[in-house]
Design a protein around this ligand. Structure first.
Ligand SMILES: Nc1nc2c(c(=O)[nH]1)N[C@H]1C(S)=C(S)[C@@H](COP(=O)(O)OP(=O)(O)OC[C@H]3O[C@@H](n4cnc5c(=O)[nH]c(N)nc54)[C@H](O)[C@@H]3O)O[C@H]1N2
Ligand SMILES: Nc1nc2c(c(=O)[nH]1)N[C@H]1C(S)=C(S)[C@@H](COP(=O)(O)OP(=O)(O)OC[C@H]3O[C@@H](n4cnc5c(=O)[nH]c(N)nc54)[C@H](O)[C@@H]3O)O[C@H]1N2
Ligand SMILES: [Mo]
Length: 652
């Protein structure tokens, strides 16, 4: 990004040309970040709760008062219940190497606080990717331009990674074919040569049937499999158990379309597969991700430019922030982020949590089983600190509120999302109000709790120096602000980059994953739908928000989207106010009929705030707190619901 500033005010924000992927443009929500910077929801100074929990009644406080209150509570809780009664709750808020994972971890790990397993996103996919590849740098997104077949599986880059879209369009203009696998007719699905629209959670049988067909038709690259993989035989056996018809029956994708995909995928080269996160968020998510990532190996797409797949580009940056910060290994218990509602509940059989410190995270808006999470934060005996930039739904439940700086006000180091660039973030304006950075707050808390050591890095620049000490990125960053690793320009998988497994092979059926998955690796678990709750609810990203960030700017209630046939059978029509419910909770919101969804699947976006519905609940109130087969990840898209016309609206 390039930010133009005049008199400490942001004039404009534009995309940088220094990163080849950004190529001078950015999305409109970030272009108008200046509005959030000084928006009316911005937290300007520390505050202390005066009203009931959740009432949002606070009085201003000085940093001194707020920090000494927090330090006293840390000491009190540690003394009365042990440090494991303290839980840091953080996630993807800042996404920076100098703002998360360093000073914060050092503080909490030295304290001995409970640890958080950050499983709400990417955990099933990461487990599969690690098991199969250990790490393999993805095809650079810019190189998709030269592919002859592009497969976009479970991602909607038109909302979630816009820089990929023009690349796909240019490839299509040069004659590339496009396949999209998504239960929704996304903008790219509308431009696709083939759109497979599976019922959510059925990508596993879909991918296995394609793999089975490839083996059966003798189109598998046996030579590649023999040389560069292990476990091909086990995968083949499990895949051949899924005929095209059997996969069609559970996924709703016609058998001819699955075959057409498999045929195209074996006949068109180079083929590049963009693997997203939409299909991991269910009970079969880990095995599904493994099966999809096995496809390029089975069909023999590696070894040529633009052949293979991209999940992530981060495996080139071996930047160990915890080590650079000297955060010790912790022996404390670990709490799964998807089960935070249960962990905060007075009914929890485990030792209680009495202090929650929330930063980089808006758990009431983003965790599953929202009503349980909210009830946890409403506990009068839970001391809660929320450190954020704006008054989020979670911030309303704080005992002490701390105002955080944004990326325009603090130093950071950020790997690009899907690009090979590592970027230095320099503050463009001074901190708004009395806001402070994560680095400042956690270093100060370490000092107050006597957790500092002589040799500690104490500033972002010191941390950066240690982080980059053994790399050659420092010099690149100093000269241009952007570092691109040598391999990163155009790595060709199996030419420039190999799996980081000890034998450099792809492990298509690793024993550890097979042992972890309840039905074994590639074992399908049935749809959780029932006659009472038959509709599959997905919660994809919106273009105008980044999970819950910018949610304050969405003013109108956000509609549930539903296929017209499903509406008609329920006597509903566009614009009705509906009640969407299941055993976890209910949401009252407007209905929008949509031709973009398959019948049987409804959609209500992720990351909404309580003001985006009529009853203060969002899609997360309907998300089960069950766990995926691998990685103990979130199963947001396993929500199964029923919909009816709402009665009288609750008076708020
Ligand atoms: N129903 C449903 N729920 C989902 C998902 C889904 O698919 N469906 N997807 C999940 C996914 S993919 C993700 S990644 C998670 C994201 O979950 P969260 O991480 O909770 O959500 P964000 O909105 O990204 O960020 C949280 C907060 O961090 C704050 N923040 C930003 N920078 C800083 C900083 O420097 N310091 C401090 N102290 N705070 C900062 C922001 O203001 C924001 O309020 O949500 C998950 N929730
Ligand atoms: N504008 C914007 N950009 C974002 C974010 C945001 O919230 N807003 N979030 C960021 C984050 S944290 C993440 S993790 C990424 C996520 O980005 P993506 O990988 O694009 O993930 P999602 O938006 O969760 O879902 C993508 C698609 O998966 C589809 N889908 C849902 N269930 C299934 C299924 O079972 N099978 C298949 N094949 N598809 C399914 C949805 O219809 C949706 O179109 O985006 C990042 N970028
Ligand atoms: Mo995410």
């Amino acid at each position: 990004m390039e930010v133009e500033v005049e008199n400490d005010r942001v004039i404009s924000i534009a995309g940088t040309r220094l990163n080849p992927l950004t190529a001078g443009f950015i999305c409109s929500k970030v272009r108008s970040f200046g509005d959030r910077l000084r928006g009316k929801e911005r937290l300007l100074r520390p505050a202390i709760r005066t009203g009931k929990k959740g009432s949002g009644e606070f009085r201003d406080a000085s940093w001194e008062e707020a920090l000494s209150r927090i330090a006293d509570e840390f000491v009190r809780v540690r003394k009365s219940s042990g440090a494991e009664a303290i839980l840091p709750l953080s996630y993807g808020g800042s996404n920076g190497k100098l703002t998360e994972g360093g000073f914060d971890r050092r503080f909490f790990q030295r304290l001995g606080a409970s640890q958080l397993a950050r499983t709400v996103c990417a955990a099933p996919t990461r487990a599969a990717y690690t098991g199969l590849y250990s790490g393999l740098p993805g095809i650079a997104l810019v190189d998709y331009e030269l592919a002859k077949l592009i497969v976009v599986w479970g991602t909607n880059p038109s909302a979630t990674g816009i820089h990929f879209v023009p690349i796909v369009q240019r490839a299509q203009a040069k004659g590339a074919k496009l396949v999209v696998v998504d239960p929704r007719k996304t903008p790219l699905a509308k431009r696709a040569d083939l759109h497979l629209a599976p019922r959510p959670g059925t990508d596993l049988p879909l991918a296995l049937a394609a793999i089975g067909w490839i083996f059966e038709q003798d189109r598998a690259d046996r030579e590649f499999l023999a040389t560069h993989t292990t476990g091909a035989k086990e995968l083949e056996e499990k895949a051949r158990a899924w005929s095209l018809e059997a996969a069609a029956a559970v996924s709703g994708v016609p058998a001819e379309d699955i075959e057409a995909f498999a045929r195209m995928y074996t006949e068109t080269r180079p083929a590049a597969l963009r693997c997203g996160y939409g299909f991991e968020r269910n009970r079969n998510g880990g095995s599904a991700a493994a099966a999809v990532m096995a496809l390029p190996a089975v069909a023999g797409h590696f070894g040529v430019p633009s052949g293979g797949f991209t999940l992530s580009t981060s495996s080139l940056w071996n930047l160990d922030v915890e080590r650079a910060a000297d955060a010790p290994e912790s022996q404390a218990r670990t709490i799964n982020q998807n089960l935070v509602g249960q962990a905060l509940s007075p009914e929890s059989p485990a030792a209680p949590i009495n202090l929650a410190f929330v930063y980089d995270h808006n758990p009431i808006a983003t965790l599953p089983n929202q009503e349980l999470v909210r009830a946890g934060f409403a506990r009068e005996d839970l001391f809660t600190v929320v450190f954020d930039q704006v008054m989020t739904d979670t911030a309303l439940f704080a005992d002490v509120l701390l105002p955080a700086t944004t990326f325009l006000e603090h130093e950071d180091l950020r790997p690009g999302y899907g690009s090979y660039a590592l970027l230095r973030v320099s503050p463009a304006v001074s901190p708004v109000g009395e806001s402070r950075s994560n680095a400042e707050v956690f270093c100060e808390l370490s000092r107050r709790l006597d957790l500092e050591q002589e040799t500690d890095a104490r500033t972002p620049s010191e941390l950066e120096a240690r982080l980059l000490a053994e790399t050659d990125f420092g010099a690149q960053l100093d000269s241009t602000g952007v570092a691109i690793p040598k391999l990163g320009d155009h790595p060709v998988q199996f030419v420039d980059a190999f799996p980081q497994t000890p034998d450099q092979k792809i492990h298509l059926h690793p024993a550890a994953l097979d042992a972890e998955a309840p039905a074994g690796l590639y074992g399908y678990r049935e749809d959780p739908g029932t006659a009472e709750f038959p509709l599959a609810l997905i919660s994809p990203s919106l273009p105008g928000t980044i999970t819950s960030t910018f949610g304050e700017l969405i003013k109108d209630p956000v509609p549930l989207e539903m296929h017209a046939d499903d509406a008609a059978t329920r006597g509903l029509s566009d614009g009705d106010t509906v009640r969407v419910w299941n055993g976890f909770g209910e949401v009252i919101c407007p209905l929008k009929t949509s031709a973009e969804l398959v019948s049987g699947t409804v959609s209500l976006p992720k990351g909404m705030w309580s003001h985006s519905s009529h009853n203060g609940n969002t899609s997360n109130a309907l998300s089960p707190d069950t766990l995926s087969d691998l990685g103990r990840g979130a199963c947001f898209n396993d929500a199964r619901v029923q919909v009816e016309r709402a009665g009288d609206l609750p008076v708020s």
